[in-house]
Design a protein around this ligand. Structure first.
Ligand SMILES: Nc1ncnc2c1ncn2[C@@H]1O[C@H](COP(=O)(O)OP(=O)(O)OP(=O)(O)O)[C@@H](O)[C@H]1O
Ligand SMILES: [Mg+2]
Length: 155
């Protein structure tokens, strides 16, 4: 059989689904992100009928300007050089891959956040791997982040 290079969209889907292939893994990674954001309270909601999960935290939140890059591959706030990597990062995650992966394989991902010390709450929605909407939301009572993931398959 002749060799063919897989198209970019197939490459990303295969690589994303190899890293995150079930809800348990997704919930675990979302909790890691909440812990890295220094949350002291984390709620997990599983909607069976909607095939969706939601992780809500009271961590530091995401600044409005950081929403420009959120969800893109190799985007992280946790390390920024080889030295930091060699020094054994103190975070649960630092590869800047999870959100990009879950966005690639999900029907819809919505990230809502109010950054520490700010009044406004912002939300970015991704559908079928693509950025769809960035808008101000009804303000949360305090800082923190909510990530909602709507699956393409039934839970
Ligand atoms: N719950 C959250 N609260 C605050 N910031 C968050 C939250 N979730 C994600 N982020 C921000 O988004 C970035 C990307 O998250 P993502 O999980 O994709 O990568 P990571 O945690 O840096 O590394 P890894 O891919 O190993 O999990 C994080 O580095 C962090 O800055
Ligand atoms: Mg992470």
């Amino acid at each position: 059989m002749a060799l063919k290079r897989l198209p970019n969209d197939v490459q990303s889907l295969l690589s994303a689904s190899a890293h995150v292939n079930n809800f348990k893994r997704a919930i675990e990674e979302l909790i890691y992100n909440s812990l890295d954001a220094e949350s002291t309270s984390i709620a997990i909601r599983i909607h069976i009928e909607e095939s969706s999960i939601q992780v809500i935290d009271n961590g530091c939140g995401i600044a409005k300007h950081d929403f420009n890059l959120i969800g893109q591959r190799h985007v992280t706030s946790k390390i920024d050089n080889i030295g930091a990597l060699q020094a054994a990062p103190k975070n649960y995650g630092f590869r800047g891959e999870f959100l990009a992966n879950i966005i690639t394989i999900s029907q819809m991902v919505k990230i809502t956040s109010r950054h520490l010390g700010t009044e406004d709450t912002w939300a970015k929605t991704f559908c079928d791997g693509k950025e769809k909407k960035f808008a101000k939301m009804t303000t949360r009572p305090s800082n923190g982040t909510t990530v909602s993931v709507y699956s393409k398959v039934e839970i």
